[in-house]
Write a protein that binds this ligand. Structure first.
Ligand SMILES: [Mn+2]
Length: 430
């Protein structure tokens, strides 16, 4: 029996207020789509089967390099975090899994698994952390981890990743995501080639320990915390890593880890073409790795990324099953609300991409009709698919309006009374 954090009758009462309007809107949209030979039920079914993992670190209030302003009722530990994640899943029915970060979320794997089971949550990709030091570690990562000049430091970082695999195995996870902060702040500080050789050696050891049914995701990022060079700086280097390691190694694309104006959808297409797209960290950005809510700044870009994913699905690309994860930092909102909104925006982009008339698009491309080709995308993007998203939630037992229902439930006030307020505002992203 699932331990529900929002009472079932609260969702039912909130849905009752909105069901009649939704039925009207869903019927109208169905008629409109039918005129374009699109079966709304087929789209709703696909949307219902699309899921995105919530990051455990996303339910706490984040911060910047300057300060962190804690919110009310912040989760104290991973078990509180899992409860918050279950609220997002209960209301959206789009986020049945959680992605853990070790050592932040370290606990007895048996207890973690039992808690996940009780809340109806599974575990997605494990994330290692060799970009900060834990109190008890022998060697510091100040000058790097998997690519460090010192062999003992590299071995310690490798060992940590092996531990993440072990914990993940006990939880039913099937992937390890490796992002390192290694790089340099000054020209000449590091030898680019030797540094990358050391990184590849370390990753080979991790790769060899990977169970057969696991995938290894390497995540690129152009800068920060290193500001002159980063070891895994872009998708090209990331592709070389996946190619060098083997069939179980794939590239993870975090939407915020590129230079402004980079054509990310094209990177996605290239990685799909060469069988190395592992998955995503969804978020949005204006300038850099802003970790803003998915679809909040550039929803059209998110749609264009999904257009590539649906195109691959449509073409039946062999072995195509990218992992979908959110990676955001919430500084000024209730993190649960941000994650609910983000999961909906990600599903929205998927639903819009499903509406693209692919046969027509291909025809326009063949005829070099640029205007009609781009209009074909725009027509799908301009469609208000909210009734499809809401109906998918309602049918799965979620909320027609998940944020309104969350506010109405009083969950935040309830946990604020149970969880002592976090004192002070230490800096740094958590
Ligand atoms: Mn990320």
């Amino acid at each position: 029996m699932t331990d529900l954090k929002i009472a079932g009758d609260v969702i039912a009462a909130e849905n009752d207020k909105r069901t009649a309007a939704l039925t009207t809107d869903y019927t109208a949209l169905g008629e409109k789509l039918a005129r374009s030979n699109i079966d709304i039920e087929a789209v709703t079914r696909k949307v219902s089967e699309f899921f995105v993992a919530v990051p455990s670190w996303g339910v706490g209030t984040g911060g910047t390099r300057f300060a962190r302003f804690p919110g009310l009722g912040e989760p104290r530990h991973i078990f509180d975090k899992l409860e918050d994640c279950s609220v997002i899943q209960q209301l959206t029915r789009a986020t049945p899994t959680v992605s853990l970060h070790i050592p932040w979320d370290k606990a007895d794997p048996k207890e973690l698994k039992a808690k996940g089971d009780s809340l109806g949550l599974g575990f997605d990709a494990m994330n290692s952390n060799t970009f900060s030091d834990s109190a008890d570690q022998a060697h510091s990562y100040k000058y790097g981890s998997l690519s460090h000049v010192d062999a003992a430091t590299r071995a310690q970082a490798v060992e940590h990743n092996l531990e993440c695999i072990e914990i993940g195995n006990a939880l039913g996870s099937k992937a390890l995501t490796v992002w390192i902060g290694d790089g340099s702040n000054f020209p000449g500080q590091s030898n680019f080639t030797r540094q990358f050789e050391r990184y590849l050696d370390s990753m080979r050891t991790i790769y060899q320990a990977l169970p057969d049914d696991w995938r290894l995701f390497s995540e690129h990022k152009m800068y920060e915390p290193a500001f002159y060079s980063t070891v895994v700086q872009d998708w090209g280097t990331n592709y070389l890593i996946a190619q060098t390691l083997g069939d179980k190694a794939f590239c993870l694309v975090d939407l915020g880890h590129h230079a402004p104006n980079t054509n990310i959808e094209m990177i996605v297409a290239r990685l799909i073409q060469f069988g190395k797209l592992g998955g995503f960290h969804f978020n949005d950005s204006k300038y850099g790795d802003d970790d803003l809510d998915a679809g909040s700044v550039e929803p059209y870009r998110l749609f264009l990324v999904f257009n590539e994913l649906v195109d691959a699905e449509h073409r039946g690309v062999k072995g195509f099953h990218p992992a979908h994860m959110i990676d955001q930092s919430h500084n000024v909102t209730d993190p649960i609300e941000s994650l609910i909104a983000s999961a909906n925006e990600i599903r929205r982009a998927y639903a819009q991409a499903l509406l693209v008339d692919r046969a027509a698009l291909e025809g326009f491309q063949e005829e070099n009709d640029a205007l009609m080709a781009t209009e074909t995308l725009k027509r799908a993007y301009r469609t208000d698919v909210e009734p499809i998203l809401a109906e998918a939630r309602r049918r799965a037992g979620g909320a027609i309006d998940p944020i309104a229902t969350y506010r109405f439930s009083g969950y935040r006030a309830r946990v604020a009374s149970e969880r002592p307020a976090v004192k002070g505002g230490s800096g740094g992203i958590v």
